[in-house]
Design a binder for this molecule. Structure first.
Ligand code: CO
Length: 211
């Protein structure tokens, strides 16, 4: 705490500012949370989930990892999705990648970094799947950005294929899964036009893309 005193100072100012405009804010929030959205994003410090979409504490349930990957055996991510969908009843799951993602760049470079290589292997698999499209892009930055987008779309597919989301849809729960990409250069979100609202739509869209 001695070293990080400035953060505690920031914290007190932040809490005070919120209390000035909304005196009951923290007391009300301490009783329950009812966020409408689940955000699955990258751990990158330049992509702060709540700030980007202008939401307050209590409004966004968040899971972040390197390169916003949804792996079917990752019980951390799956537990977050399960709690968000089954208990909190969120209506929208947003997978948000970002351009210039270091994780995606490392996967593209195929360099050996250590433990993370095993995690990034999932993105290398996506590269393999779309190699013809990606290799046709000569500009390195554009190739990286396209792989960032394809990664988001694949992760949307993975979210849709979880038992959690499939079960929610089969019991008639209203739930949409979205794919977005954030630009750290201008602070703006791009909708990647994947918005899946039911199991049939997921099958139709991802089978079509796989052709
Ligand atoms: Co990233």
């Amino acid at each position: 705490m001695r070293r990080l005193k400035s953060l505690f100072d920031n914290n007190r100012r932040w809490a005070e500012k919120i209390k000035q405009s909304h005196p009951e804010f923290f007391q009300e929030l301490s009783k329950q949370q009812s966020p409408k959205y689940l955000w699955i994003g990258c751990s990158d410090s330049r992509v702060p989930a709540n700030e980007i979409v202008g939401l307050l504490p209590g409004e966004l349930f968040v899971h972040r990892n390197v390169a916003n990957v949804v792996v079917h055996t990752d019980f951390n991510c799956l537990s977050v999705i399960e709690y968000a969908v089954d208990v909190l009843g969120v209506r929208d799951v947003i997978v948000c990648g970002h351009y210039g993602c270091g994780g995606v760049r490392a996967a593209l470079a195929n360099s050996q970094l250590g433990l993370i290589d095993n995690w990034l292997r999932h993105i290398r698999d996506i590269y393999k799947k779309h190699q013809a499209q990606l290799d046709a892009i000569k500009d390195d930055q554009m190739k990286l950005d396209r792989l960032c987008e394809l990664n988001v779309i694949e992760q949307v597919n993975n979210v849709c294929n979880t038992t959690i989301v499939q079960k929610a849809w089969s019991r008639g729960q209203e739930l949409s899964v979205h794919g977005w990409a954030y630009s750290i250069e201008d602070g703006l979100l791009k909708d990647l036009n994947v918005c899946i609202t039911n199991a049939d739509e997921a099958l139709a869209i991802f089978e079509k893309r796989a052709e």
